[in-house]
Ligand binder design. Sequence first.
Ligand code: BES
Ligand code: ZN
Ligand code: ZN
Length: 509
Amino acid sequence: MQFQIQNLNKTNSKAQSLVYFVSQKGTGDQGMKLNNIPKDLQKIVKDAEKDEVFKGEWSSTLSFRGMESQGGKNITFIGLGPEKEFTAEKARQASANAYKYLSALKTQSAVIFADGLVINKNKNADIARAAAEGVTLASYNFDTLKNMGEKKSKKKTSKAKELNIELGMGDSSAGTKKAFEQGTIIGEATNFTRWLGDMPGNRMNPKILAEETVKAAKGTKLKVTVWDKARIKKENMGSFLSVSLGSDAEPRFIMMEYKGAAASKKPICYVGKGLTFDAGGISLKPSAGMEEMKYDMCGGASVIGTMIGIAKLGLKVNVIAFVPATENMPGPSANKPGDVVQARNGKTIEVNNTDAEGRLILADALTYAAEKKPVWICDAATLTGAMVVALGNIHTGFYTSDDAVAKKVEKAAEESGERVWRMPVVQDHQDDMKGTYADLSNLASSRGAGSATAAAFLKNFVPEEVPYAHFDVAGTAWNAGNRLSYNPKKGATGSIVRTFIQMAMDHKA
Ligand code: BES
Ligand code: ZN
Ligand code: ZN
């Protein structure tokens, strides 16, 4: 897809297909708003309204093929619903719908008149960014592993069939252009995260994940450092290392550093669970649905995508990311229930369920991140099935004991359009994670609140004085396409990338 922003007025486009947006004046039958629609087209929309075919309701469409209007042949109107309820997130979704419609048309050139999305208090720049994100996100399609033979034999796919989309903003200010570029970068960073997640375990093991990270960072200011098994052992990451021992695939500890501010400025840190396949280990998972555990590195992938995005945006902050990457397999050297391992911070852990491995690898990564004396640490992990039960694929649950961090998270999520929900973590959850024979157990001693007890466990590896939030993305990292038009129907979503990037954008170094 070719994608650019244009200061178009309604008559100067040469595109085959045109998309307009139509909102409703109120929640009842007060009619539609047709501000940004050329006169000749207004008539046909009004006719459709009279016939009760199209009222501008949220996500409804009205389309015509073989028309001759404004130079276009295919004209589509997308309903936005009541003006009052309109948000930048709705602009993101409506733009994704526009892209999907255009790709189904098999058209080659199109204009999306996104100036029709400037409603309420939304500014041109906010809409340009949201629309750029919506279109870029909707264009993601995981086809790497299909027709591989053909792709190899053909030199390059022909460019002629590429869809060329112009986003009409009726505004060529530097601010709007910059916002459009930011939206495109953020969308692409999220798509990269999705791609890492969608790749299966045999093609995205810890070594490959590290290599792909290095490859993606080429040409940016990111410095990527990768530790192998021997180094991980030497660094006393005994908890992380123990999880990897059941597999032939060696672990990797991936670090990405970005310096956008003076060296004296403290970094912000991201940590992500990079379980490239979670079979459960000796506490083996049931086979039904186990294939989904290739997504168990989505937290890590989100952190990697976040860093690529931050570097491409050229943000004026210092950021370091850490991704412990491993498989969790039941090989002969695997952790056994009851084994006691020691983490980098000295704490001993009873491994009472080898399937609760995410917390074991994050323990060492969080300890190491905290040693960098960061402004704050945010981690992302597909940590618990309990999170899926609690919040489904609607919200990402996050845990923090720090109200100031919670505020930052909520503000960033509001701006990014991602839904997050603060969950409780208290002393009782901590008590439930005490070990019988070691300092801690990786399995709670009481039933229920499984995502909160997991969060409480992680807190043991971040010193009190370091502001910290944990995001359990188990419910939102894949298969959430039934809710959001910019998510793929199935597969990785890249959840929390937009919020993590926004937190870095909001941070004043
Ligand atoms: N990767 C899983 C969590 C998970 C399960 C994510 C389903 C998404 C969908 C994690 O490693 C795990 O297995 N957690 C256990 C912990 C339990 C043994 C305390 C779980 O949630 O069942
Ligand atoms: Zn597990
Ligand atoms: Zn896991």
